[in-house]
Design a protein around this ligand. Structure first.
Ligand SMILES: [Zn+2]
Length: 720
């Protein structure tokens, strides 16, 4: 907006003013203001004293911009107009608080804290929530320093740093693949990790150079431990804020074990969104580490290790190919894909693809037809078209889908954007770490009251609050620890988000790529829709006939009541209304191609099947698919269709023949249940280990009889 004086205000960002014959951009600097105004109040003799900062500025708009930006960075109520008569009152108040403060214990309200997270981005985001943090660097490891106000008279002088994921892992060369067995007790042995920055190889143990490529460009996790140890000695309290799931719990447990000799006040804090509100709530209510959850993680790791190593070793010997591998979760995926591929091959014949002005369909013609027949069919369609029968129109109430969980998000990201599961997970991870979405590893559709409030605000901003219907969705889980669906943490559409990032209003310099924005938009729309009223949609149903074939058509043709479709589009096919008025319809295009009755599975289908069969967990879906690709068992087409290779088919067949009772669908599901029982405290971890050990013993009997066994091994993992 240009006002009378020739001033241009760029909303929430800057103003442009005329100065002589030049144009000048003026923009406030909130970071400098925080540092400067902070000096007016003191942590004086133990208390925070009252302080006064006065800002002089002739352009009122700049004050408004500064105010808005400060609100995003710190706890800030806004500027007040200064009345000259009030100044004496302020001065009295300052002197008063300074005098009062002098009598108190110097250290009563201030304590020092170390906050440990997993990722450097998360460390930076948390540190930046409380003003621009100071940075210290210890041997490549960044430690942020900031002041965290917990409540009115309590602050933490906090150091925040990241572990870069797990700090220790199961060793390979002790006991049974890393687990010592001593009189019925199982003792997993862990050590630091060496990661090679050159070849990417990760090895358990401390090395001077990469054991694979000899590169000296390595990272050893003990270097993080050394920094943490030093900081642990400096601080009053340690808070471990690793991700809110079993992997995060194990990281927290390891850090606690490692730092206990140096500091006795170690707590676990957990938050499902990296926002100031969630963080402060967590640090005000620290918890102890959930040991059962840690034991479940260890059980999963050991089960994966034992079963993976044993079955892989057997395969390597059998095929004489030392790179083969099989394992829990990854093998059911391979078996499904191969089964589907075989069905596909068996019924490979011809498919008619047609297009009715944008409505695309396909018809399997069979595998017993010849060229002559195909030509005859084409002639019928071209000259007369499909015969239309049984056309019906009906109204349907369509409810919005629930907000995303990991599996549904991976499916849609694959279908809409062609993202692989691991790509979608990586993008979601960074959206989470940047504080833009809730934790993305979840199998719950639950929506918290915070989430519902975000939806309400969004819809009223859009002027459609009448479509708001609050829904909590999955209430199956209990209490404050309950998981939540994947949702945005702010009422910002993707466009608003981009604008805010550009203007620096998010308090962070976020490098968002187009893919980040697309995934955020998908999550945002799906979530807002889940808090909206249903839609009323008109559907058309008809039968098309051509020669001996029947094609069912059923599609939405018109929206009668918008409801949630206002933000979450459903594709409409109004062109199908034509079927009501004619007896025959000619497709706008047809083609006959080689194809099968059923298509091969897509990544989206495989993820959905994992979830439906209770196999794997949100943290393992992507890795399980990747493992099959890495071993050369399947390839993904451009459209993310899983195509098993010759090797994949051979491995699937042999694994099914001998190991269905170990890595088959049912066995894997039973093992997941066993791990859940450990987490719920229903079974002791040593008992769980000994059941898994039975599986290993059974595999070794196959080794003993030199793969002449014709029967499948099967071990009952189920708990009575
Ligand atoms: Zn290397």
């Amino acid at each position: 907006m240009i006002d009378k004086k020739g001033k241009i205000v760029i909303e929430n960002y800057c103003i442009i003013v005329k100065h002589g014959d030049r144009l000048i951009v003026v923009k406030p600097d909130p970071y400098t203001y925080i540092q400067a105004s902070g000096r007016s109040s003191r942590l004086y003799n133990g208390c925070k004293t009252f302080g006064l900062s006065i800002v002089f500025e002739k352009h009122k708009e700049l004050i408004d911009i500064l105010e808005n930006r400060l609100k995003r960075l710190v706890n800030f109520d806004g500027f007040k107009d200064l009345d000259i008569e009030d100044i004496q009152g302020y001065i009295d108040k300052i002197i008063d608080t300074r005098n009062k403060a002098s009598g108190n214990d110097v250290r009563s309200g201030i304590s020092t804290a170390l906050i440990v997270v997993e990722s450097p981005t998360k460390a930076k985001i948390i540190a930046s929530m409380f003003g621009k943090p100071a940075k210290r660097i210890f041997n490549d490891i960044i430690v942020y320093e900031t002041i965290i106000p917990i409540d009115i008279d309590r602050v933490y002088v906090a150091m925040i740093t990241a572990t870069l994921g797990h700090i220790v892992d199961l060793v390979v060369d002790e006991g049974l693949y890393g687990v010592k067995i001593d009189h019925g007790k199982y003792i997993p042995i862990y050590d630091f990790i060496t990661r090679c920055r050159n070849c990417g190889y990760q090895n358990v143990g401390i090395y001077d150079s990469c054991p694979y490529c000899n590169s000296l460009n390595i990272f050893v996790s003990s270097s993080i431990y050394n920094v943490l140890k030093k900081l642990a000695l400096e601080v009053d309290k340690i808070f471990i804020a690793s991700d809110p799931d079993t992997e995060g719990e194990k990281i927290a447990f390891d850090i606690k074990m490692l730092l206990s000799p140096f500091n006795r006040n170690i707590y676990r804090i957990e938050f499902r969104e990296v926002t100031k509100k969630a963080f402060l709530e967590a640090i005000r209510n620290p918890k102890n580490i959930n040991v059962k959850r840690v034991e479940a993680q260890i059980t999963r790791r050991v089960a994966d290790r034992w079963i993976g190593f044993e079955v892989s070793l057997w395969l390597q010997n059998h095929f004489n190919k030392p790179w083969l591998g099989a394992g829990r979760v990854q093998t059911p995926i391979l078996i499904w894909s191969v089964d589907r591929y075989k069905e596909y091959k068996e019924k490979l014949g011809y498919v008619l693809k047609f297009d009715l002005n944008g409505y695309k369909g396909r018809l399997y013609l069979g595998n017993d037809i010849d060229r002559e027949y195909i030509e005859k069919l084409m002639t019928i369609i071209n000259e007369r078209g499909f015969e239309i029968d049984n056309v019906k129109i009906y109204e349907k109430i369509v409810s919005p889908p629930p907000p995303y969980t990991t599996d549904t998000l991976l499916s849609d990201a694959s279908i809409f954007f062609g993202f692989t599961a691991s790509k979608a997970m990586a993008i979601a991870q960074s959206l989470f770490e940047l504080g833009l979405i809730t934790y993305h590893r979840t199998d719950s559709t639950r929506v918290s009251s915070t989430g519902i409030a975000i939806a309400k605000e969004t819809l009223s901003k859009m002027g459609i609050q009448q479509l708001f219907i609050p829904r909590s969705w999955d209430m199956g889980l209990k209490g404050e620890n309950a998981h939540e669906a994947i949702r945005p943490t702010n009422p910002f559409t993707s466009n608003e988000l981009i604008e805010k990032v550009i203007k620096g209003e998010m308090g962070i310099i976020a490098n968002l790529s187009g893919d980040h924005v697309r995934l955020y938009d998908l999550i945002f729309r799906r979530f807002i829709a889940s808090q909206m009223s249903h839609a009323k949609v008109l559907y058309l149903k008809a039968i098309l006939r051509v020669d001996r074939y029947i094609i069912d058509v059923e599609a939405p043709i018109e929206i009668i009541e918008e409801g949630f479709t206002r933000v979450y589009r459903i594709q409409m096919f109004p062109q199908l209304k034509e079927l009501l008025n004619v007896k025959f319809i000619k497709p706008s295009s047809i083609s006959i191609v080689r194809g099968s009755d059923k298509g091969l599975y897509r990544v989206a289908d495989l993820v959905r099947m994992l979830k439906e069969n209770g196999i794997g967990r949100p943290s393992t879906y992507a890795k399980a698919i990747d493992n099959n690709i890495r071993h050369g068992y399947m390839i993904l087409s451009k459209k993310k269709i899983a195509i098993p290779t010759k090797l994949g088919i051979e491995v699937a067949d042999i694994v099914r023949k001998y190991f269905d009772g170990v890595v088959g669908v049912n066995a894997t599901r039973d093992l997941e249940k066993l791990i859940d029982y450990v987490e719920e405290g229903q079974i002791d971890i040593h008992n769980a280990f000994s059941r898994i050990k039975d599986v290993i013993d059974a595999i070794q009997t196959i080794f003993d009889i030199q793969s002449q066994a014709s029967s499948n091994i099967s071990v009952d993992l189920a708990i009575a």
